[in-house]
Design a binder for this molecule. Structure first.
Ligand SMILES: Cc1cc2nc3c(=O)[nH]c(=O)nc-3n(C[C@H](O)[C@H](O)[C@H](O)COP(=O)(O)O)c2cc1C
Length: 217
């Protein structure tokens, strides 16, 4: 019988081979995340009162537990059905969440709640047109699978993908407000250059990015 760990590695290997444009399946070393804490935090009304965009970041990396909790809040699985903390268009999973950090770019795999390696380079500075993005510990990159939006005109794909992304982005804002973290959702991105750097397949495209970190004191 397969152990849980073997099963997880199998899921991760096939997810990486299918979802990622960069062939890393051979040298796959998923980054373990501690289980997300799904209790506690500020009351919703407090988080709404605190929500804001912040553009000045301390350069220290996010603690693993914080990263885990953040990704779960963003677009993690919150029900046995496998559905997520954010709603999504037509029950078709269009958005992938990538995490660009100093040690590379990782694809968040919500079912296993793990990070799959996408590329080893530090591309944080390429995730936006503003200077702070290169020094912040984490830039989330929201990537849409256009090829899954089969009966939608290509010019409408960005619309639906952007709405899905907006819900995830607000989850991140509220989580950060609750945890005293800094974040800003960003559209000022060189989309073509970022997609090329990430070696995204033709039909996949970046919708937005979002910086997360500890606020600079
Ligand atoms: C679709 C969208 C795109 C945005 N793009 C950027 C951006 O590229 N850079 C940035 O610094 N802020 C960006 N923001 C953040 C807004 O500037 C910010 O939410 C707005 O000024 C209100 O401030 P607040 O979030 O502190 O309430 C964006 C927000 C949205 C919703």
């Amino acid at each position: 019988m397969m152990t849980r760990r073997q099963a997880t590695t199998g899921i991760l290997a096939s997810a990486a081979a299918g979802a990622s444009g960069v062939a890393l399946a051979q040298e796959l070393k998923p980054r373990d995340l501690p289980p997300a804490r799904t209790a506690g935090g500020q009351p919703l009304i407090e988080a709404l009162k605190l929500r804001r965009s912040i553009r000045e970041y301390a350069d220290r990396p996010l603690a693993d537990q914080v990263l885990s909790d953040l990704l779960w809040a963003a677009f993690g699985v919150n029900r046995p059905s496998g559905d997520r903390t954010a709603p999504y268009w037509r029950h078709i999973m269009v958005i992938d969440v990538y995490a660009a950090m100093a040690d590379g770019v990782w694809l968040y795999e919500p079912k296993a709640h793990a990070l799959l390696p996408h590329m080893k380079d530090d591309i944080r500075a390429l995730t936006g047109r503003q200077d702070f993005v290169g020094g912040a510990p984490l830039n989330l990159i929201y990537v849409a699978h256009g090829e899954r939006m089969t009966d939608v005109a290509p010019e409408e794909r960005r619309l639906y993908a952007s709405v899905d992304t907006g819900f995830i982005g607000q989850n991140v804002y509220l989580f950060c407000a609750s945890e005293g973290l800094a974040t800003v959702f960003r559209g000022a991105v060189d989309y073509a250059k970022l997609a090329q750097t990430m070696k995204l397949p033709d039909q996949q495209f970046v919708t937005f990015a979002q910086t997360v970190g500890y606020p600079r004191a």
